[in-house]
Design a binder for this molecule. Structure first.
Ligand code: AMP
Length: 438
């Protein structure tokens, strides 16, 4: 009794509250849902072709998986993570990206002892408490591909190729790849030292936010969105000049493989992709030729992350490379080639029932049709012939099955050609054979 009272009070309290999604989040439904589903099917087909296998990690991780790997001075860690403390005191975070969770799963399940590299694909929602704007949501979807356990440059190339193939299959054509190498622990130190000293020389011109970044993560300044900083960055030292011989060789090989596959690239010396776990190759796929006035959007990004495993607590490094595609941006693009999911079959028949006896029996007829994989549409909740025929016409379905009182008694149906309005009466036990002939 007490409980009911409590519920009633709550109901009254919420009476005037508008029912809406949290800011920056939305429900996927209707055509948009099918677009996502179709994209995921196609992306999986391509990823499987190149040798990647599926994995699905949980949607929440220990917060530390991200704080230890993505690093301070990044927007994700500093302000965008959705975190929570459980009743037992665990600090968890909704996934702000998929790379660290995939590496966590690789280590946890002892995938080091499998033949290397372990090639995985993964897709699902990502949560970032960012400012919602064009192409930027707080819950969005990523499709990721990762090759773990190989430092070979050809893996970087095949990962990039997989990314490009998926985007092209989805209808993208004006794509450009920005690529850079940010070196490894052998050469990155000297580069960061040089970069820090460069920014220190320009300190008075740096906006406050980038002066702060200089203290924690100078690499982040290179992809600053501040206009003033962008100007300064034109003159910034580039990481490629600091590469050690093995990083230089690796980068040269990656570019050679891309050229062999006729993948056009553009070396962007300011591309660092701020996250601390990246090493050597970093890349971003950008849509070119977008409407005037609107900045080009990044559709995908990725790179090598040879030290991520150790950053999240592994005893040794696991060389790895991968990418993330921003699915929301793909399916909302004007060029998106509508990839319909395989389950979505255009109905061939509209099933019409009339009278309570027929309505009852129609449930079994629909089962016969479903098991024979005959795609139908129906409106079992409707009663009149007129309203059901009107729907069939609106949906432009070529045939209708009419099942009325008489047909229910005779164990037959009327099959009507919606185009020329001709009709045949067909016995139920002959129906599937008859439909095959249509
Ligand atoms: P990132 O993990 O930041 O490298 O992002 C990979 C891709 O995800 C980007 O290239 C975008 O296409 C997409 N993306 C990143 N942030 C958002 C967001 N807030 N909303 C929608 N898509 C995003």
């Amino acid at each position: 009794m007490k409980k009911i009272k409590h519920l009633e009070v709550k109901k009254v309290k919420n009476k005037n509250k508008e029912i809406t999604s949290p800011k920056g989040m939305r429900d996927l439904m209707n055509e948009e849902y099918y677009s996502f589903q179709g994209f995921f099917e196609k992306a999986q087909e391509v990823a499987v072709y190149y040798g990647f296998k599926p994995i699905s990690t949980h949607i929440i991780e220990d917060e530390e998986i991200f704080t230890s790997s993505i690093g301070e001075g990044t927007d994700i860690i500093d302000k965008e993570m959705y975190t929570l403390k459980t009743k037992s005191g665990d600090h968890l975070a909704l996934l702000p990206e998929h790379t660290a969770p995939v590496m966590r799963a690789y280590i946890e399940h002892g995938m080091q002892s499998m033949p290397q590299p372990v090639m995985l694909y993964h897709y699902g929602p990502v949560f970032r408490h960012d400012k919602p704007q064009r192409g930027r949501y707080r819950q969005f979807w990523q499709f990721d591909v990762d090759a773990l356990g190989s430092e070979k440059s050809i893996m970087d190339a095949i990962v990039i190729k997989t990314c490009m193939s998926i985007l092209e299959e989805a209808g993208a054509s004006n794509l450009s790849i920005d690529i850079n190498s940010i070196g490894d622990k052998e050469c990155r130190g000297a580069y960061i030292k040089e970069l820090t000293s460069f920014y220190k020389k320009n300190l008075s011109s740096l906006p406050a936010i980038d002066r702060e970044r200089l203290k924690i993560n100078p690499l982040r300044i290179l992809d600053s969105k501040e206009e003033k900083t962008k100007e300064i960055n034109e003159r910034a030292p580039d990481s490629i000049s600091f590469l050690c011989p093995s990083c230089k060789k690796h980068f040269k090989e990656v570019l050679e493989y891309l050229e062999e596959m006729k993948i056009q690239y553009n070396i962007n010396k300011n591309l660092v992709r701020g996250l601390s776990y990246y090493t050597r190759t970093v890349f971003e796929v950008i849509e070119t030729g977008v409407e005037e006035g609107s900045a080009p959007l990044a559709l995908a990004g990725g790179g090598r992350y040879d030290y991520l495993a150790r950053q999240i607590g592994a005893k040794r490094d696991v060389p790895a490379v991968g990418f993330s595609i921003g699915v929301d941006r793909i399916v909302s693009s004007p060029w998106y080639k509508k990839l319909s999911p395989r389950i979505l079959k255009k109905p061939k028949i509209y099933f019409i029932q009339l009278g309570s006896e027929a309505k009852l029996k129609s449930l079994n007829i629909i089962e016969i049709l479903r098991k024979a994989h005959v795609p139908i549409a129906q409106a079992l909740s409707k009663d009149s012939l007129g309203s059901q025929l009107a729907i069939a016409e609106k949906l432009a379905i070529p045939y209708a099955i009419i099942f009325g009182v008489k047909e229910a008694l005779d164990n037959s149906v009327i099959v009507r050609n919606m185009g020329n309005r001709s009709q045949d009466t067909v016995k139920l036990n002959k129906l599937l054979d008859y439909l095959k002939e249509l």
